[in-house]
Design a protein around this ligand. Structure first.
Ligand code: IPE
Ligand code: IPE
Ligand code: MG
Length: 263
């Protein structure tokens, strides 16, 4: 049984989708974003890269709002990769500081909107104050259900797969019985459905070690827009594009654009 708040939310999503020309029944359940282009955005303005990251927070806010409006259930943002440690210490420190100040500033309003904050990645390598703020935000929002905002921090897909393999090697599963579900259960996304749509900003056409397993059948959307310029309209546009894709999952589509059934 769905509660009245959920039903009210659903009718609001329907209204929003209708006004944007989107099909409310085909909103991706999970959207993952590689937020890229902050440095180039700053460079275009003769500013430091950190200036770009600071402005990138506006795009995070817009994406969260747009996801809430459309009824997306999970939004994953790739915020810091295991490879990003190779950047100058000044930039890395500024990114960590920005994470803490943004969390402190925004967590209450996220909570008011029903946003649950979650993380994937090896948090143990982050500065202690980051870990602490993340823990507080995760604990404080753990019962909220409008949207899961999943921050990928010190995350990479290869790291995650190696961790999963270590767990599986310690488990009592007989290798000959190992299934894809066993692997998925040992990934950091084990309670989260795979993304149906992956967006990357800034005109780069690569995955950069992000959710290699989970993106197996995701629709990929690349836009030249630099992350700080990514607005709610850009977000809606990516969903509109997604709704025009034929998702075949290895099958074939009949003339009515419905999937053919076996037999
Ligand atoms: C994305 O923007 C933010 C992070 C990776 C943390 P970049 O900092 O990669 O910006 P560009 O790609 O150099 O323009
Ligand atoms: C990917 O962006 C990582 C994040 C958005 C956190 P990068 O800017 O680090 O990726 P590359 O180096 O261009 O592949
Ligand atoms: Mg980049």
């Amino acid at each position: 049984m769905l509660g009245p708040a959920i039903l009210m939310g659903q009718s609001k999503h329907r209204e929003n989708c209708l006004s944007l020309g989107l099909d409310c029944d085909r909103i991706p359940r999970h959207i993952a974003i590689i937020m890229d282009g902050n440095g180039r955005w700053a460079k275009e303005r003769n500013e430091s890269r950190v200036f770009g990251h600071i402005h990138g927070v506006n795009a995070v806010r817009s994406s969260v709002e747009a996801a809430l409006e459309l009824g997306v259930r999970h939004l994953t943002l790739y915020a810091f990769s295991t490879e990003n440690w190779s950047r100058p210490a000044e930039e890395v420190n500024a990114l960590m500081d920005l994470l803490v100040t943004t969390l402190v500033k925004e967590v209450e309003s996220l909570g008011d909107k029903g946003v649950r904050l979650r993380t994937i990645g090896d948090l143990s390598a982050l500065p202690i104050d980051c870990q602490e703020q993340l823990r507080l935000a995760e604990d404080g929002t753990k019962n909220l259900q409008s949207l899961d905002l999943i921050l990928a921090l010190n995350y990479s897909s290869k790291w995650e797969l190696v961790e999963a393999i270590k767990q599986l090697m310690k488990s009592d599963i007989d290798p000959k019985d190992l299934t894809a579900d066993d692997v998925a259960r040992n990934l950091s996304t084990n309670q989260i459905p795979d993304p149906e749509l992956m967006i990357r900003t800034s005109g780069e056409h690569r995955i950069s070690n992000f959710m290699l397993w989970q993106l197996s059948y995701a629709e990929l959307y690349f836009t030249p827009t630099l992350w700080p310029d990514f607005s709610k309209e850009h977000f809606y546009e990516s969903v509109r594009d997604f709704q025009n894709r034929d998702r075949r999952f290895g099958g074939i589509m009949d003339a009515n654009r419905t999937m053919s059934k076996k037999g």
